[in-house]
Design a binder for this molecule. Structure first.
Ligand code: NAD
Length: 262
């Protein structure tokens, strides 16, 4: 076992940053960490939703969650947010780059503004957060980064030129990070969720997409936020100490079936 992992395991109060944690998969992930004794910085750009989510976490796990309002696509806000977390919680053991946005359109209907909007959060945000957290993780001997990609980053489709491209690039960014940061004791992996019933899915999953997923996901249902959080938590935990540079599809078997995206 590496020294960094021994240090992680010996630390009673590990600290995680979860972005996009005001709802959905991010909020479920924050709960995963809190239930296991971690302290968590919950980050989101939606201030009212963040306040509501933090109040719920505070009621469940008093004094263990720190709410930080920040837009992950803004370099200055990211730098300030990581400095605030470091000052308040003293360390960062895990970073979950979960904040994401979706525009489901084909190439010819996607505006440049929509393309930039998706890339700014789904890709720039991960670059900025990871870069800002590495010095803090390094100071404490290592850590884990989990990037939330998508099955849309594994398969092309007619509808996801910006979203799918951002997630495919995120998978490669994960591998780059894994190789570069291994020497610092920092593991980097990605989760590729299948369809999950969140606000994002309600926004972009049309009835046709839903019907298609029912037919093409071998488990024949949407996943839950908690099922994705279980994968995220595993990859952040010492149990995954020899796992880095991987993409874990938590997708009800969709990727294995090898069918096309709706
Ligand atoms: P969601 O829309 O329910 O929640 C996303 C959260 O991220 C929101 O609270 C939002 O305010 C926040 N956010 C968005 N842009 C931000 C920014 N620039 N800075 C800070 N916060 C920001 O979405 P979700 O379904 O929970 O998705 C979470 C992640 O999982 C995303 O990366 C998404 O692409 C991915 N994913 C979701 C599904 C699905 O079916 N729901 C499938 C595959 C992958």
């Amino acid at each position: 076992m590496s020294e960094s992992l021994q240090a992680l395991q010996a630390t009673p109060e590990r600290v995680a940053i979860v972005t996009g944690a005001a709802r959905g998969i991010g909020l479920a992930s924050a709960r995963w960490f809190l239930a296991r004794g971690w302290r968590v910085a919950v980050v989101d750009k939606d201030a009212p939703a963040l306040t509501t989510a933090h109040a719920a976490l505070e009621a469940e796990s008093p004094g263990r969650a720190l709410a930080v309002h920040a837009d992950v696509s803004d370099p200055a806000q990211v730098a300030a947010m990581v400095a605030q977390v470091d000052a308040a919680l003293g360390r960062i053991d895990a970073l979950v780059n979960n904040a994401g946005v979706a525009v489901f359109k084909p190439l010819v209907q996607t505006s440049f503004e929509e393309w930039r909007y998706v890339m700014a959060t789904n890709l720039d945000g991960v670059f900025l957060l990871s870069q800002a957290c590495v010095p803090v993780m390094r100071r404490n001997g290592g850590g884990a980064i989990v990037n939330i990609a998508s099955i849309s980053g594994l398969r092309a489709s007619t509808l996801r030129v910006a979203y799918g491209t951002s997630k495919a690039a995120l998978i490669h960014l994960t591998k780059q990070q894994a190789v570069e940061l291994a020497g610092l004791g920092i593991r980097c992996n990605a989760i590729a969720p299948g369809p999950v019933e969140t606000a994002m899915a309600k926004q972009v999953h049309t009835p046709a997409i839903r019907a298609d997923y029912h037919d093409t996901v071998p488990l024949a249902r949407y996943g839950t936020e908690e099922e994705i959080a279980n994968g995220i938590g595993f990859l952040c935990s010492p149990e995954a100490s020899y796992v880095t540079g991987q993409v874990l599809a938590v997708d009800g078997g969709f990727d294995a079936a090898g069918v096309g995206l709706p």
